[in-house]
Design a protein around this ligand. Structure first.
Ligand SMILES: C[S@@+](CC[C@H](N)C(=O)[O-])C[C@H]1O[C@@H](n2cnc3c(N)ncnc32)[C@H](O)[C@@H]1O
Length: 220
């Protein structure tokens, strides 16, 4: 994990990212294109978004209710909508949601979009499928942009997430979370277990030397 924090805070990489993200950039996947604001999680340079897109490409989503909790650019939500899902996309980043609203129109897709801190402002209902690509590096975020990466020094994001998520883990629901070998997997699993939540590995994929894991998250 420390290596990764070193990676993303390395002066050359930071400078390169800053230059690249002086303006919004476009990212496309299988016929869906989104314009991504510099303050939003960049799907171009990170691998997790594409691993998730490849994963849901194989899934039957037609007429399913689908929640992307912390949608960032929203490319996964738009792709799920293209596959016929009834999609709800949420984030705490207002800019991300404003851009997603425009990107939905440009891609002729309908989404329900909510600004919500985790599940707090969501209508009280269940979802067939929930997808979460969480911030997982244990550092306190100082900006809205950093909230895409850092879960708080004491894993506060996960401490808040699992007790809320538990209410949505009904038997007919499938919830997926992507994590990586760069993060403190055992710590995150231990926080989940306090809410009687268990992880089962469904996919392991090595991309550019980094192992990504997709887990199903269930009530144990
Ligand atoms: C790693 S990014 C993933 C973005 C997108 N799901 C993807 O895979 O490209 C994490 C996202 O979660 C959002 N986020 C962080 N804390 C959140 C919270 N408490 N409630 C809702 N969203 C949050 C961030 O703003 C960011 O967009």
């Amino acid at each position: 994990m420390r290596n990764f924090i070193k990676k993303i805070t390395h002066p050359f990489l930071k400078f390169g990212l800053k230059l690249y993200y002086l303006k919004p950039r476009t990212f496309c996947y299988d016929g869906i294109c989104v314009k991504v604001h510099p303050d939003v999680f960049p799907p171009h340079l990170t691998l997790s978004t594409t691993v998730l897109l490849d994963f849901i490409k194989e899934k039957e989503l037609n007429n399913k209710t689908f929640l992307e909790l912390g949608c960032g650019s929203g490319i996964i939500s738009l792709f799920a909508a293209k596959k016929g899902a009834n999609v709800t996309a949420t984030d705490i980043n207002t800019t991300a949601l404003e851009f997603l609203s425009e990107n939905a129109k440009k891609n002729n897709q309908k989404l329900e979009i909510f600004k919500s801190d985790l599940f707090q402002s969501l209508p009280n209902r269940t979802f067939d499928c929930i997808l979460i690509n969480p911030p997982y590096y244990p550092k306190n975020p100082k900006t809205i942009k950093e909230q895409a990466w850092f879960c708080g020094e004491h894993f506060e994001y996960f401490e808040a997430l699992f007790p809320q998520l538990k209410n949505y883990l009904i038997p007919s629901n499938e919830t997926f979370m992507i994590l990586s070998e760069d993060c403190e997997l055992e710590k995150i699993k231990a926080i989940a277990s306090k809410s009687d939540i268990a992880f089962t590995l469904v996919l392991e994929k090595k991309v550019v030397g980094e192992k990504n894991y997709i887990f199903t998250v269930t009530s144990s």
